[in-house]
Design a protein around this ligand. Structure first.
Ligand code: GLU
Length: 486
């Protein structure tokens, strides 16, 4: 029996993200990136990037661009140039040659049809599907006969059923796999004709590249646990130093199933388009599976999280995606912005919406931001909420009902009669309201509600006095009152 134990790492911390450019940057990959980045920063290490583009049919340059953009947008800057996996074919093939030469690997000539028949037979006798290692000991004559038939070969790596593979996972603790549970000898290269090495596959290239990049800690999703067991065997066979492993919990949807494309919004670029702030999304992803130490709260920057990040506080259980928490965090980020910063973020959206920004001078736009800022969840909410200040709104049913209350229009008429053209302050506006109530013989509540209906066209909205002051500054209050009384 052969036992593999992952080694302890000494030396600098070097971690990597190894995305495949076969799709846009998925939230799960981005969360893996966050944990890698936090761990590297915590230990003064390096966060490296490797683009795993060996699947030529499914890899696209546009996806690589999307992944790099998304990481940068989130503030997850990597160290050095990204390693492009396809450029390292010679190293991958050299490793396969080494494994063939040392007897750890061999060519298998089984056809797809034969493998399918084998799996069917296993199914029929209620066995787990696995390769039955049938070409492990081919004689030279048998090989020649297969080659003469024109069969393609794969290269397979021997996995002894009796092997026991153990490692101490930084998240999950002691892990152990039996060689017999790894599905038989594993394919490490496809299309390997007798004199060629063929196309190296995932487990082999990851090991060769992680070793070449001197990766100290492999931090990735728990869906890679079985790969880790196979990769540990490869490290040993190739005589390469073994890194530490940390398998992070999956991200789950509301129903507790693995978050997938079917759940709709799953790419970082989708969240960006929906108007989420990068710092809110990065903050949220940090909390997806990691809990901050007591007293730190849940709103923090990546740098703050990095100063305390460790794997002890990473959960083993899957992390449920919680939109309410993400929205809350996004609101927090927006509420922390100064009115000037919020204005500069909202301006392009307002221009896009066709609002007449040029007709508002001085600090009117900033005052509008001060007014609506506290109620924003997404930046895009600032378009809807600003609308009644830029464009005269229609009167909604609830506003019309309010205006039809007894004495409502009399109260507004009294206010209109008193309305100065000069600037109003909060105090003078409140004094005007009191005077108008007295003149019309109505309660303050009635006038306040009716004024809101007349000015904003609906019964909900931001602070009434501040809203009125803004509309007064643009001369709109008079026009809107006149509209209701005309
Ligand atoms: N390209 C693999 C993936 O995207 C990388 C897995 C790993 O980190 O080793 O799942």
């Amino acid at each position: 029996m052969q036992t593999i134990v992952s080694g302890a790492v000494t030396g600098p911390v070097r971690v990597r993200l190894a995305p495949s450019p076969t799709g846009t940057l998925h939230i799960g990959t981005a969360r893996t990136a966050v944990f890698n980045w936090l761990f590297a920063k915590r230990h003064g290490g390096q966060f490296l990037l490797r683009i795993e583009d060996t699947d030529k049919e499914r890899s696209q340059e546009a996806y690589t661009v999307n992944i790099l953009d998304g990481l940068q947008w989130l503030g997850l800057q990597w160290d050095g140039e990204p390693v492009i996996q396809s450029s390292r074919l010679a190293e991958h093939q050299a490793a396969i040659k080494q494994l063939l030469a040392s007897g750890h690997a061999y060519r298998c000539y089984a056809t797809e049809a034969e493998l399918e028949a084998m799996r069917e037979a296993q199914k029929a006798s209620h066995q787990a599907p696995r390769y039955d290692n049938r070409h492990r000991q081919l004689s030279a004559e048998q090989e020649q006969a297969f080659i003469a038939e024109g069969r393609q070969a794969t290269v397979r790596f021997r996995i002894d059923d009796g092997a026991s593979i153990t490692w101490t996972d930084l998240v999950r603790g002691e892990m152990s796999w039996a060689g017999a549970d790894l599905g038989g000898d594993m394919v490490i290269a496809r299309r390997a004709a007798a004199d060629q090495i063929g196309d190296p596959l995932y487990n082999l290239v990851v090991v060769v590249d992680d070793a070449a990049m001197a990766i100290s800690h492999v931090i990735r999703g728990e869906d890679h646990i079985a790969n880790t067991a196979k990769q540990l065997l490869l490290y040993q066979a190739l005589g390469l130093p073994i890194p530490q492993f940390a398998h992070t919990p999956l991200i789950l949807n509301k129903e507790g199933k693995k978050l997938s494309k079917r759940d709709g919004v799953t790419s970082v670029s989708d969240f960006r388009e929906l108007g989420y702030a990068a710092s809110a999304l990065a903050n949220y992803m940090t909390l997806l599976g990691w809990s901050a130490p007591e007293g730190m709260g849940e709103r923090f920057s990546l740098e703050q999280a990095a100063s305390v990040f460790d794997f002890e506080r990473v959960n083993k259980a899957g992390a449920r995606f919680d939109w309410d928490k993400l929205n809350w965090l996004n609101g927090q980020v927006l509420h922390e912005l100064s009115p000037a910063a919020l204005e500069s973020q909202l301006q392009p959206l307002w221009v896009q919406a066709g609002y007449p920004l040029e007709s508002h001078t001085g600090d009117w736009l900033q005052q509008l931001c001060t007014l609506i800022g506290p109620s924003l969840t997404l930046l895009a909410d600032g378009v809807d909420q600003a609308q009644p200040f830029f464009q005269r709104p229609d009167l909604g049913a609830d506003a019309l009902a309010q205006l039809d209350q007894p004495s409502a229009r009399d109260a507004l008429a009294a206010l209109l009669a008193l309305l100065p053209t000069a600037e109003l302050s909060a105090d003078s506006a409140k004094a005007l309201l009191a005077q108008a109530c007295e003149a019309a013989g109505v309660k303050k509540g009635l006038l306040m509600k009716s004024l809101r209906a007349a000015l904003l066209g609906k019964m909900q909205g931001p602070d009434l006095i501040d809203s009125w002051l803004l509309l007064h500054a643009s001369g709109e209050d008079r026009l809107r009152l006149e509209r209701c009384l005309g």
